[in-house]
Structure formats: C-alpha cells, structure tokens
Design a protein around this ligand. Structure first.
Ligand SMILES: [Zn+2]
Length: 411
C-alpha cells in the first residue's frame, strides 16, 4: 500500500501519511502524518488568529480510531506558530482539540459510547482506565455544549436534590420548556440561587423569565423575587402533594404508635399504600386500604383529604379553585388532624402561588422528570462528584432521550 492510500483511509483533512509501521504481533499500527503541501493556513490555538510564521516544528502522538484489530497511533507534525497576540503557541488542528493524547474523533467515539453504557464498561471496551474515560467524556460533552444553541429561559424550575452524605444538597435550576437542567449549585440557600442569577444571566435575561415552578421553600422564593422581577411563582403540584403525603404519614404514626399487637402489625407495612393514589391501586390493594380504614376512621379521613387535594388543580378556573381550597379547609374542622391543619396554614400562606397555576401555563412534572434522570444517572455510575460533569451528562440525556422518562411520569 502506498502512502497516498494510507492518507486516504486515515482521512484527516489537510494531512498526509508519510511513514507507517505495522506491528503484527502487538497488533499496533503507527502512522506518521504531516501537512499536505496545499495546507498552509495556520491558526493560533489560543486566540484563533491566523499566523504567517513558524517558531518551531514539534511532534505529537495521539491515539486514533482502530483499523480492524489494530490499535492506531498517529504521530503528527505540528507547528508552534509565532502569534502576534500570544507569542509562540501551538497551532490549532481540528483533530487535536486539547492536550490529551487522543484524536478528536477517538474521543467522540468514546463519548458516544458513554451515552448508553457506564464508564466502567466503556473503559473495558477501549482498554482505558475509568478515570480516563470520564475525562474524555467530559471533554466530549463540553465540546457539544459549546456549539449547541441554548434555548432562552422563560419558565424556570428550581428544586433541591439530595446527592448523598458527602455532596449534600444541590440546587437544580432547569428550563421547563426544553426539559433540561441549566445549572447546579452546591447547597440550597438563598445565596446559592443568587449566585446563579448573578453569574449566569444578564439583566435582560433575568427580566425575561416569566414563571418559576418551585417548592414552598422560602430561600428560593426570596432569591427569585429579588433577581427576577417579572417572574410569577407557581408552586409545583408534586411538592404540594408531597407535603400532603407527609401529613397522612404523621397521622398514621400518631394513630398507631400507641397501639400494640396485631393492629400495629397491620399498619406497619401499609405506609406506601397510604402514599399511593387510589386510582393507581389494584382492587386488592384498595381492599387492603379499606381494611385499614375500618380500624381507624381518622386515618381514613386523612387519606381522603389527601386524595381530594389533587382536585385543586382540576378546577375550571381560578375563582373555582379558590372556593375549592376554602371548602377543603372547612372539611378539616372538628377532625383533630393536627398535621393537616398545619398543611392548611401552609396552603393559605402560599395561596397566590398555588392559584398562579391557573394564570400561567406551566409544564408540571418536568422538574420531577429531570430529577428522575439525575437519580438514574447517579445510580448507574459513580464518579459524578464533579457537578459540571453531572450537569452536562443530564443535558445530553435530555437532548437525546429524556422524553422517555418525562412521558413515563406523565402516564
Ligand atoms: Zn494567539
């Protein structure tokens, strides 16, 4: 095979193979590569300026895509150019985006493999260490992120996510329209979200935020009110129902903790049943719940109150919803359900944000779908101590196949 054939198969635009070596035993192919004669355009890798003169010629060795069974190493002749802005700098070459000893297309292949497999498996497949695979994947994602169009933020979701004992809480800001997280911040204080508004958005971008879907978490609300003056707060139904579920659970515990014997045994395993929606339960499970309710009327009342709260979001309009909330609270009278009275106060205090649901069309459930994606990623592979990496990973997941989890949630 002639060098021109090697050049054609290698297919690095602007470069030609001038020497090669085949190690049949070790299954190694080494190709020496330099510029084609016509390729004279040199660009500084730091500032991107065109440069006319060469400071020195150097060689770099990178791993490229395999040829059949052969692992391929490309040794490239590179110029250090005399950049008028930066001084002597290495030139920019498309296949060598960074300092790592891999070609761009090799990194792209590894990065794509990481989209459907854990880093450990990709590491085995390519004969790399796991940490190298993660570093390659991160660069792959950074390059993708740098070139893609990022949708404007008009409807934002703000939520907290518990990442574990070490990383603790992370604040997740998401774009509800594109269904992807846009920012992670360590902790969940007002200052955390302040940081996002200050460092990531211009004044114009902040004023263009129309709505935020949030939990009834005061620090986030204060931050949004301060930084995004046109933003309407809408409380996420999911979070409100979480509070309702907690209230049911408190009733369960206070009603049955004092009781011993078989009654206690009955209720012990029923926690998740009480937290499920009636319509999602099988007939058998519904019967099980009815049995439980026959033991305790108060627990039944709590469950029914929780179930009926869902209809707050199914009213024909805002005034009907306000009336619905009032009557829901009225039903609590004389019931002695302390946890629900607490919930009622919470709902009254946050009534405007609850009712905003009827004024602002917002996609509920997106925040939860995003959190679901993050948790799924965390379960699949460790090594997301790097929040930036985790963020890019979830964004990429959203761009390629989030719909799948989002739809699951909606169903
Ligand atoms: Zn330069």
């Amino acid at each position: 095979m002639r060098d021109s054939d090697w050049t054609r198969i290698l297919n690095w635009p602007g470069y030609r193979v001038y020497q090669h070596e085949i190690d049949e035993k070790g299954k190694l192919l080494t190709l020496w590569v330099r510029r084609k004669r016509g390729n004279q355009k040199m660009v500084c890798s730091v500032c991107g300026r065109r440069c006319a003169s060469i400071h020195e010629i150097v060689q770099r060795e990178v791993r490229d895509l395999p040829w059949g069974e052969y692992r391929t190493t490309v040794i490239v002749e590179l110029y250090r150019v005399k950049c008028p802005n930066c001084g002597p700098r290495i030139e920019k070459v498309e296949q060598l985006p960074g300092k790592a000893p891999f070609s761009k297309r090799f990194e792209d292949t590894v990065g794509r493999a990481c989209e459907s497999a854990a880093a450990r498996r990709v590491a085995q497949q390519f004969g790399l260490s796991e940490s190298t695979v993660r570093a390659i994947d991160l660069r792959y994602l950074e390059r993708w992120s740098a070139t893609r169009r990022k949708p404007a933020l008009k409807q934002m979701g703000v939520d907290e996510l518990f990442l574990g004992k070490k990383a603790k809480f992370v604040t997740v800001v998401s774009n509800l329209e594109s269904g992807e997280p846009v920012w992670f911040g360590q902790d969940r204080k007002k200052e955390t979200l302040d940081d996002y508004f200050r460092t990531e958005l211009s004044r114009g971008q902040r004023t263009r935020i129309e709505a935020a879907c949030v939990d009834m978490w005061v620090p986030f609300q204060r931050s949004i009110e301060e930084w995004a003056p046109n933003c309407v707060l809408v409380y996420d139904r999911f979070h409100v129902m979480q509070h309702a579920n907690q209230a049911v659970d408190e009733v369960r515990r206070s009603e049955f903790s004092r009781k011993g014997g078989w009654r206690r045994q009955v209720v012990k395993g029923e926690r998740w049943l009480l937290l499920s929606r009636w319509v999602n339960l099988s007939e058998q499970k519904q019967q099980q719940l009815n049995q439980l309710f026959s033991l305790n009327r108060r627990l039944m009342k709590a469950y029914l109150m929780k179930e009926s709260l869902e209809r707050l979001w199914q009213q024909p309009n805002e005034s009907a919803a306000r009336e619905y909330l009032r009557s829901w609270i009225r039903q609590l009278r004389w019931q002695r359900l302390a946890s629900f009275e607490k919930l009622a106060h919470l709902l009254l205090d946050h009534q405007e944000g609850l009712m905003a649901f009827y004024r602002v069309k917002i996609r509920f459930g997106v925040v939860e779908a995003i959190n679901g994606n993050i948790r799924a990623l965390l379960r699949r592979g460790r090594g997301y101590r790097n929040l930036r990496y985790l963020l890019l990973k979830v964004q990429r997941l959203a761009a390629t196949k989030t719909e799948f989890i989002a739809l699951q949630k909606a169903a």
